[in-house]
Ligand binder design. Structure first.
Ligand code: ADP
Ligand code: ZN
Length: 435
């Protein structure tokens, strides 16, 4: 089953997509240069004029933007349209520091909604579906983004927002929700709660889930799919580029198609800042080709990723990005070793544990301490102290193999690690307090 929301563009030839991108970038650079002083100054400092950008091949001549620029330009410095033309503001969740605000005209909202609609249709959504949106509504882009896309597809939309999990499940059952949209950590929690309520996937009508806004592993995908009886699709985006829907997964589940008619993607070496060819691992950089109000050019996402343009079984021609492999600023440096929380999660799920864990870092006598707290299953909770100690040792050794350093493992009672209704907070780094 291959359905498309905008078939012509989603299956256009690479040459056709190129032609669209080339036409848009010329217009977009002229728009930004004329209306965004902050970026015009960056271009002038680099000696680049709008006339130098004739096609997307010239994008590499443009200066980069980073989160630091967004903070410096806060709140209006990167605005490309008069405020009277803007209809909405969203803000980042602030997982990595101060908030960033983004502005939207009605045109920007429309194209964002189209991007999300493509994702919903790729996950099998049609106007016959009931789409339950359990991403947070508010300044966070998750709720509003999926809501807009769901309306475009014509699904019956349930704008639940996150939280009140038993009520989510009650509504899901009463109203026959068929598609669930939320963060993967909240989807896992909903699955867990369903079981606790004595229910099984047969008691609900969900068939698909669209989960994103935070990293999640293939193991976590399988767990969620099993606990809710669905096929789980990934969706990617960031506030700076509008929100979720910059890229979305198709039925092949082998990476996310980037909506290339709206966003031009590059992979760069984060150290040398040189663009890298398809297939290389590096930092993902986006240029928005037609956003008006917040038209970021060459925005460095900090997400580490690989792009590839292999033919996809779904028929879509858009370039694909792999699951982000961590964020260069999510990366923990523990005793000098680079550690990504996703690696820890992979080990836990491989060893049969739940993804309910917390990493605690501290510094004692100038040495980093590295503790991982993991919940036991209710069955394991009956183990003797000796059995638990053995399991902790086994886990620590599996972690050492994966990470190259030894954490102290703590198996804790079920339900003692706080659940997340939005993006999970998994790292408590107390070292910063001492710096
Ligand atoms: P922030 O978390 O930086 O405050 P956002 O709420 O806009 O701001 O989050 C965007 C970030 O969330 C992305 O840069 C990426 O790191 C992460 N993210 C979004 N979707 C996914 C996904 N599907 N998989 C992994 N990470 C994702
Ligand atoms: Zn595909």
């Amino acid at each position: 089953m291959n359905n498309y929301y905008q078939k012509e563009i989603e299956t256009a030839s690479p040459e056709e997509i190129r032609a669209i991108q080339n036409a848009k970038i010329v217009h977009q650079v002229a728009h930004v240069y004329a209306n965004v002083k902050y970026y015009r100054d960056l271009m002038d400092a680099k000696g680049v004029k709008p006339e130098d950008i004739k096609s997307v091949d010239d994008i590499c001549k443009l200066p980069f933007l980073s989160k630091a620029d967004l903070r410096e330009a806060y709140p209006y410095g990167l605005l490309g349209m008069p405020l009277s033309e803007c209809v909405r503001i969203h803000s980042t969740s602030g997982t990595t520091g101060k908030r960033v605000v983004a502005f939207y005209t009605q045109h920007d909202i429309d194209l964002w909604d189209d991007c999300v609609a493509r994702a919903i249709v790729a996950a099998g959504g049609t106007k016959e579906d009931v789409c339950q949106i359990a991403y947070g509504f508010g300044l966070f882009t998750g709720g509003a983004g999926l809501n807009g896309g769901s309306h475009k597809v014509g699904c019956l939309t349930l704008p639940m927002s996150s939280g009140n999990t038993e009520r989510q499940i009650a509504f899901m059952r009463d109203l026959g929700a068929t598609i669930l949209c939320c963060t993967p950590s909240y989807a896992a929690y909903i699955g867990e709660t369903l079981k606790e309520m004595g229910l099984t996937p047969d008691d609900i009508q969900l068939k698909a889930g669209i989960f994103g806004a935070e990293p999640w592993t293939e193991e976590m995908r399988r767990d969620i799919e099993k606990s809710l009886g669905i096929k789980a699709y990934d969706i990617y985006g960031l506030t700076e580029t509008s929100g979720p829907g910059v890229a979305f997964e198709c039925s092949e589940q082998t990476g996310m198609h980037i909506n290339e008619d709206h966003f031009y993607a590059e992979i760069i070496d984060p150290n040398t800042l040189e663009p890298l060819p398809y297939g290389s691992k590096g930092e993902l950089v986006f240029t928005s080709l037609d956003k008006e109000a917040f038209p970021l050019l060459r925005y460095r996402t900090r997400d580490i990723c690989i792009l590839n343009r292999c033919k996809c079984g779904c028929g879509r021609t858009f370039v694909k990005m792999c699951k982000p492999m961590g964020r260069s600023d999510d990366m923990l440096i523990i005793r000098g070793v680079n550690v990504f929380p996703s690696q820890i999660e992979t080990v836990l799920l491989e060893q049969g544990y739940t993804p309910n864990y917390r990493i605690e870092l501290d510094r004692v006598n100038n040495t980093d301490t590295f503790d991982i707290y993991v919940e036991m299953s209710p069955e394991q909770f009956g183990d003797t102290i000796k059995e638990v100690a053995t399991k902790e040792k086994e886990l620590a050794s599996a972690m050492k193999t994966m990470l190259g350093i030894n954490p102290k493992m703590h198996l804790v009672a079920p339900k003692t690690i706080e659940r997340s209704e939005g993006k999970a907070v998994r790292v408590i780094d107390k070292r910063k307090l001492h710096d």
